[in-house]
Structure formats: structure tokens, C-alpha cells
Design a protein around this ligand. Structure first.
Ligand code: DQQ
Length: 526
């Protein structure tokens, strides 16, 4: 730890000691010891130890003077706080050390990140670490990469760096005026001197070319791409760009940003030479900004693991009063199903399950007629697995965080609109009586098989809801005011789209667990 970082650690430890109680704070999702957390950065696993760096303001629950927090884990769930890795200091990152990645530079732990100065465009910086990854030294050569001259760049930040054919390559997120978001490609022999190679991929701010929808739509590719992440994914596993054979797909993940857009998307296609040729565009999480700035890495077992920043969806005053803001998602394993990205919580999440309840055991189908429901467990720190069989035209509701009087409740509506398609609608209109809590609805489509099976995995962790619907994630926040808003249920509405004639739904399985808390080692809050 260099001298200019030391005061920040002192602040961090002091604040952690005086943690404020807040029942909306998640327990098994990672949060900063105190203050602000946003993007996951520098994700890696080395000699069995997972490293989670994250965008962090230790001075308060708001985005300012961003540091790199650091935590380590052997199981992806129980984290130990490490010294803050990077803090702003006079020079190209004097107002913030923004997002970036970890790379192993011939044995030297190295961070590539965006230096931020107020009122200026971000620049690429490098810091090297000691073998224990506790002390990081910013490179004298910083900034090492800047926006390329001759390109009308509106924004320029965030890095994905890999080694290919004996040289380093990286893409940096950008916006090109009147064109759209872009991933700009660079090459370097030493991580210090970078040559601009061109646009690896570029979006369409108008949405007219067929790449994504028009402005305002959930797959609009936006004016700026933040947090680009490029990798290969196939049925055998995953690897760095350029490592795949003809099987599988290359993936370019990015966050569409600016104006109405604020959502992660991913392109599938082919990375070849200096270009990425897209064949498909996919939403990365149906919850829009609730799961933002995802970053992935290949762990030592060969899995493609993704973490994302689960931002707050309540008034900022509430976060300031609580003294914390932002949670990390659970680790998600990304794979391909019929060429489309699908996600499941990493198996390590299951290790937190306690007190199993089989409300509908596997194989003993329960048919719910219109107007009927099945009560689930009571709680806000739960893991639910529910298999539904919904007939074409049928609808099921998953009710979460409901108060006994149903004044507050969060409802996921699943409608099978076609033989192989279902729509989901997350209704938060009654999620909370707190006027500062967001009520905006979330919508999307999920694939279903010919039988109409919808497998739901629901992770509830106080205000954090991470839902996986046939492998499609939907992340959302809910902050009910009633501490008894803990009820869960599966229900079939009596009316289909406001008219009689709703269809029965079969519950093939409904299992539930209480989830053990303690995202932080030694935290015994349960
Ligand atoms: N967060 C970082 C940026 C990035 C943004 C700043 C995405 O590097 O573009 O904290 O949430």
C-alpha cells in the first residue's frame, strides 16, 4: 500500500466499526463494509482465492472519489475485506479510480483501470501489485492510453484486456458522436504503449439498422458503451477472446448508457481479426439497471462467472441515512442454451441453504385452478425453486415480500403467450408504501419448452431479489415498509387479462430454503 492510500483505509475501518442497522441491507450478497459500492472490477481467481475488487467510496453512500475496494474469498460467498487497492491521488486519477480489470503480466499482478479527473475525459492507467495483492503502485507512465485522435469520441473508459498471439489486446468502452456506443480496439507489447487498431464493434444510436431497438427500448444499444467484456463461450467451457474453435460463440458484453439507456446487453457472434461480427443481441438481465456494469472471468475450474452491481432503487436520502449503497450480485455461471446466453447461480450459492421445505415435492404435481394459490415460506432471506407448467394462454403469479394484508407485495406475472414464449412482468406498483421506492415495472420474454415449463429460481435477500426464469435473470429491488411483508406464494389469477377464462397451472415442484447470511467472514448476523 503506497502512502497516498493509507488515509482511505483508516476511514474505511472506522466506518465499518460503526455500521448502521438497516433491514433492507442484504445479508448473503456482498456489500461494502460501509459507504458506496458500484461496479465489480478486476475479477480473478489465483491459487484458489477469488478476488473481488469493486468501485467504492468509503467516505459515504454516494458516487464520489471512487476507490478500488478489495475482498477475497475461497467459496465466492464468504468475503474477507482486504486493504483498499487503489485510491485517487494527484495525477490522471486524482478524482477517481474507475473501472478496469486484473491481468497477470508474466507473474506481475496488474490492474488496468480508468483514471478520472473532473471535467475531463477518462484515461487508461496501470498499477502493479505485490504477490499478495495488498500493495499496488501506480505506473509512472500513466496515463498509458487515451481516446484516439480523429475519432469523435464522447466518452472513453472501462477496459477488457487479454493476451493473444504474444501481444496484449484491449477494448475500451466509448461513445462516438451521432453514431452510438463502441468498443475500441488497441494493441500493446507491454501494457504501457498502446496502438489504436479501430472499432471492434459499434452500436447504432438511432436503432434503425436492426442492431437493437429504437431509443427508449429495452435493447436500445445507446449512445455510449460502458464496461465492455469480450470472451469465448462454448459447450466445453469458456476462454479469452480468440481461444475458441468453430464451436460456440464469441460474446461482447457491454452496458448501453446515456439518456434513457442504462442496461447491460450482449452481442453473440464472431471475433476475428480486428472486428466482431454480431449474429445476435441479447438482454443480459431483464431488470435493466438493477443489474449493471457486469464483469466476467474464467475461474480455475473453467467456469465463466459473472458478477454485477445491484444498484439501489430507492431515494438517495435513504441510502445516505443507512450509510451504505449497492450490492454485488451472487456469482452467476454463464453458458449457452440453443446459442443464447443463460445463467444460473453458482453452485456455491446452494451451500448457504438451510432448513429445506418441500411445499410441493418433485413428482407430486399440484394443479392450481384460477383463483387458487399455494402459500410458500415466510421470509426475506430465502432461496426458492419452483417448477411451473403453464398452458398456452395461461398465467401464473409469483408473489414475494407480501404483507399479511397484501397492502404491500411484489408480483412477478408469467404469461405463456405462445407455444415457446412466455412474457414476464415484474409489478412493483404495490411493492412499498415508501414514496421514494421505485415502482417502475420490468418486462421481458423468456423461452419455454413445448410443455410450457417455467423453472423459477428466486433468491430473496432483504431488498435484493434475483430471479432466474428458465435461465434468464431478472434482478430488482423492493423495500416494503411493513416488517411483516415476508409472505411468498404462487397464485393463478381468477381472470385472464381482466376477463374470465383463466387456465389452471400445474406446480411440479416448490422447494424453499432459508439462506444463511454472512457475506463477510466473521459476520454472525445470520
Ligand atoms: N462506473 C465506473 C465507470 C463505469 C461506470 C465509475 C459504470 O468506469 O463506466 O464508477 O457503472
Amino acid at each position: 500500500m503506497s502512502a497516498d492510500h493509507t488515509p482511505a483505509i483508516a476511514v474505511e475501518r472506522a466506518s465499518a466499526a460503526g455500521e448502521l442497522p438497516d433491514r433492507h441491507r442484504p445479508r448473503f450478497h456482498f456489500t461494502a463494509p460501509s459507504g458506496w459500492l458500484n461496479d465489480p472490477t478486476g475479477l480473478t481467481q489465483r491459487e484458489g482465492v477469488y478476488h473481488l475488487f469493486y468501485q467504492h467510496n468509503p467516505y459515504g453512500a454516494f458516487h464520489d472519489r471512487i476507490h478500488w475496494g478489495h475482498a477475497t474469498s475461497r467459496d465466492l460467498m464468504t468475503w474477507t475485506d482486504e486493504p483498499i487497492a487503489l485510491a485517487p491521488s494527484p495525477g490522471p486519477d486524482e478524482d477517481g479510480c474507475w473501472s478496469g480489470v486484473f491481468v497477470d503480466d508474466h507473474g506481475v499482478p496488474t490492474l488496468v483501470y480508468s483514471g478520472h479527473r473532473e471535467g475531463r475525459r477518462q484515461v487508461g492507467c496501470v498499477a502493479t501489485g505485490t504477490a499478495d495483492m495488498h500493495t499496488w503502485t501506480k505506473d509512472q507512465a500513466n496515463p498509458v492510453v487515451e481516446a484516439p485522435p480523429g475519432v469523435d469520441v464522447t466518452e472513453f473508459r472501462d477496459h477488457c484486456v487479454w493476451r493473444e498471439d504474444g501481444v496484449w489486446r484491449q477494448v475500451i468502452g466509448a461513445g462516438i458522436r451521432d453514431v452510438g456506443g463502441a468498443a475500441l480496439l488497441f494493441e500493446s507489447p507491454d501494457l504501457r504503449s498502446w496502438r489504436y487498431l479501430g472499432q471492434l464493434s459499434v452500436g447504432d444510436v438511432t436503432g434503425r439498422s436492426g442492431l437493437g431497438g429504437p431509443p427508449g427500448s429495452t435493447d436500445w444499444t445507446g449512445a455510449v458503451w460502458e464496461c465492455p467484456d469480450l470472451f469465448h463461450l462454448d459447450s466445453h467451457g469458456t476462454g479469452a477472446p480468440g481461444t475458441g474453435d468453430n464451436e460456440g460463440t464469441d460474446v461482447l458484453l457491454f452496458c448501453a448508457f446515456q439518456d434513457d439507456a442504462y442496461h447491460p446487453l450482449c452481442l453473440t457472434g464472431t471475433y476475428r481479426g480486428d472486428r466482431f461480427e454480431p449474429t445476435g443481441l441479447h438482454r443480459f438481465d431483464l431488470g435493466e439497471r438493477a443489474f449493471y456494469a457486469p464483469q466476467s472471468f474464467r475461474d480455475e475450474s473453467g467456469r465463466r462467472i459473472v458478477f454485477g452491481w445491484i444498484m439501489e432503487e430507492r431515494a438517495q436520502e435513504a441510502s445516505l441515512a443507512a450509510g451504505w449503497s449497492g450490492a454485488m450480485s451472487v456469482p452467476r455461471v454463464m453458458s449457452l442454451t440453443d446459442g443464447c446466453p443463460t445463467f444460473t447461480p453458482a453452485i456455491e450459492v446452494d451451500a448457504r441453504r438451510r432448513d429445506a421445505v418441500e411445499i410441493v415435492p418433485h413428482g407430486s404435481d399440484v394443479t392450481l385452478q384460477p383463483g387458487a394459490g399455494l402459500a410458500g415460506p415466510v421470509g426475506d432471506q430465502l432461496d426458492l425453486e419452483i417448477d411451473l407448467v403453464i398452458p398456452t394462454g395461461g398465467t401464473a403469479h409469483l408473489v414475494l415480500l407480501a404483507s399479511p394484508d397484501r397492502v404491500e407485495q411484489t408480483v412477478l406475472e408469467i404469461r405463456r403467450v405462445g407455444v415457446e414464449t412466455a412474457t414476464v412482468r415484474l409489478d412493483r406498483s404495490r411493492a412499498s408504501l415508501d414514496p421514494g421506492a421505485w415502482t417502475v415495472e420490468r418486462r421481458g420474454e423468456i423461452p419455454v419448452d413445448a410443455e410450457g415449463t417455467v423453472s423459477v429460481r428466486a433468491l430473496l435477500d432483504h431488498s435484493v431479489l434475483e430471479l432466474f426464469l428458465n435461465g434468464q435473470p431478472l434482478t430488482v429491488r423492493a423495500y416494503p415498509t411493513n416488517p411483516e411483508a415476508l409472505q411468498t406464494a404462487v397464485e393463478v389469477p381468477a381472470y385472464a387479462a381482466g376477463r374470465p377464462g383463466a387456465l389452471a397451472v400445474t406446480v411440479g415442484r416448490f422447494a424453499a430454503w432459508r439462506m444463511e447470511g454472512a457475506a463477510r467472514a466473521g459476520d454472525l448476523r445470520g
